[in-house]
Ligand binder design. Structure first.
Ligand code: LLP
Length: 411
């Protein structure tokens, strides 16, 4: 299901013409669809309905509190990686027992806060972190539920910069290190080891890496049997891909659900997932105005009022986010165009096309699939304020976070 569609040459998100919104709100702005968001969450939930997992939305992908609150209404928990994300998740109304805390470098302050809130799991990534958790727990006279994130040394077959599960990556503990900690669990009197977690990367389309992970986890679960640890949960992380172009096929979630179903039967644990992009990726677009068109001997630069600070993914990962006009026309005579932003970097370039419809200065365009890692990766580079965020519901929209006031950057 896709809620972004042309009707009579005008681009609509749900039942709202984007052109109409541009008459009321200054560009650039992020625009989200609540229908798409709910659809994606329920697609995930239904695919796994037999095993009833805890779905912890990965807040790093989109940390807008209204988005998290919308997902909470569908039963979502949260996967957080910082004090800020933890506070947002709690403020959005997510129950602490539906929150997992991941990350390779959680500070003493962050761990203390998480422990004080009695969250479901802290997924630890090093022996030092486990020692710190034990220390804080002891000081507060608590037993803290901890998971160990393993590094299974498996290639996610995705962009190198978003791969996390190979042994050269900083994430998790090796299987041997994990087993050693479980064997020595008595050393950590104030910790209850309840889970193993894993996350091998993002934007993964193939099933085979996930299959390998499940095999590794089944083996590990058998090997730790004798240590006295009985896992309550296995946290399979996120990573499911979402298509950014027509060439990419949607992730085969049914197939994934089948293999996880089998896995659960063998391992008899509660499954946790931490999806981000799958839930929110195609639920957001970035709307921008063409400020200038500059013709050079080799190409035409379409200079937008959105820039790399609003959407870092093309500059960071060479990601291609398709751009479509907000109003279609029949002319198709633009050749070799490049959509760029106003930031003073050559990498502030979104995408190029060999052929495109004619465009004019002052017209609006729509950058697709920016719901995940769009606003959450944004910056104030070039002293540009964060753009507004809007949420559509059917034929209405609400500003769910206003544009940042420029004054806050000038002090
Ligand atoms: N769990 C953990 C422990 C993670 O590190 C991540 C993402 C997720 C879950 C959610 O992964 P997802 O389902 O969204 O793939 N900025 C990059 C993506 C970085 C992902 C980092 N970790 C991008 O824009 O492609």
């Amino acid at each position: 299901m896709n809620f972004l569609k042309f009707k009579n040459k005008k681009l609509f998100f749900e039942n709202l013409s984007i052109e109409n919104i541009t008459k009321k709100i200054n560009t650039p702005f992020y625009l989200y669809s609540s229908k798409q968001l709910n659809f994606n969450f329920n697609t995930f939930k239904n695919a796994f309905k037999k095993i009833k997992p805890l779905i912890c939305f990965s807040v790093k992908s989109n940390s807008n509190i209204k988005i998290i609150n919308e997902l909470k209404k569908n039963g979502s928990g949260a996967d957080v990686v910082s004090l800020g994300e933890l506070k947002i998740a709690l403020k959005a109304g997510i129950h602490p027992k539906k929150i997992v805390f991941s990350g390779v470098g959680k500070s003493y302050e962050e761990l203390s806060y998480a422990i004080s809130k009695n969250i479901l799991l802290i997924n630890a990534e090093s022996e030092s972190e486990i020692t710190t958790i034990n220390h804080i727990a002891k000081k507060n006279n608590k037993i803290v539920s901890v998971g160990i994130r393993i590094n299974p040394n498996i290639s996610a077959k995705t962009n190198k910069k978003i791969s996390t599960g190979k042994k050269g990556n900083k994430f998790g503990l090796s299987l041997d290190a994990c087993q050693k900690i479980f064997i020595e669990h008595y050393k950590y009197e104030n910790i209850s080891f309840e889970a193993v977690s894993v996350h091998i990367g993002s934007q993964i389309f193939e099933i085979s890496p996930f299959k390998k992970v499940l095999n590794v986890l089944t083996k590990l679960n058998q090997q730790i049997n004798h240590t006295g640890i009985n896992l309550k949960y296995i946290d399979l992380g996120g990573g499911l891909g979402t298509p950014y172009s027509n060439h990419e096929k949607p992730f085969n979630i049914k197939k994934y659900a089948q293999i996880v179903g089998k896995f659960k039967k063998i391992n008899k644990v509660k499954i946790i997932f931490e999806p981000g992009r799958f839930i929110v990726g195609n639920a957001g677009v970035l709307i921008s105005k063409i400020i200038y068109i500059k013709k050079t001997p080799t190409k035409r630069f379409i200079i937008l009022d959105a820039a790399m600070n609003d959407l870092m993914r093309p500059a960071l990962y060479d990601a291609k986010h398709h751009i479509q006009p907000v109003i279609k026309n029949k002319s198709n005579t633009f050749k070799n165009i490049e959509f760029v932003g106003p930031v003073c970097e050559s990498s502030d370039s979104f995408i190029s096309y060999k052929k495109y419809q004619n465009l004019k200065e002052g017209e609006f365009i729509c950058i697709n699939n920016i719901g995940a890692y769009g606003r959450s990766l944004a910056s104030n580079y070039n002293t540009r304020p964060y753009a507004a965020e809007l949420l559509i519901n059917d034929n209405k929209f609400k500003v769910i976070r206003p544009k940042q006031r420029l004054e806050t950057l000038i002090n």
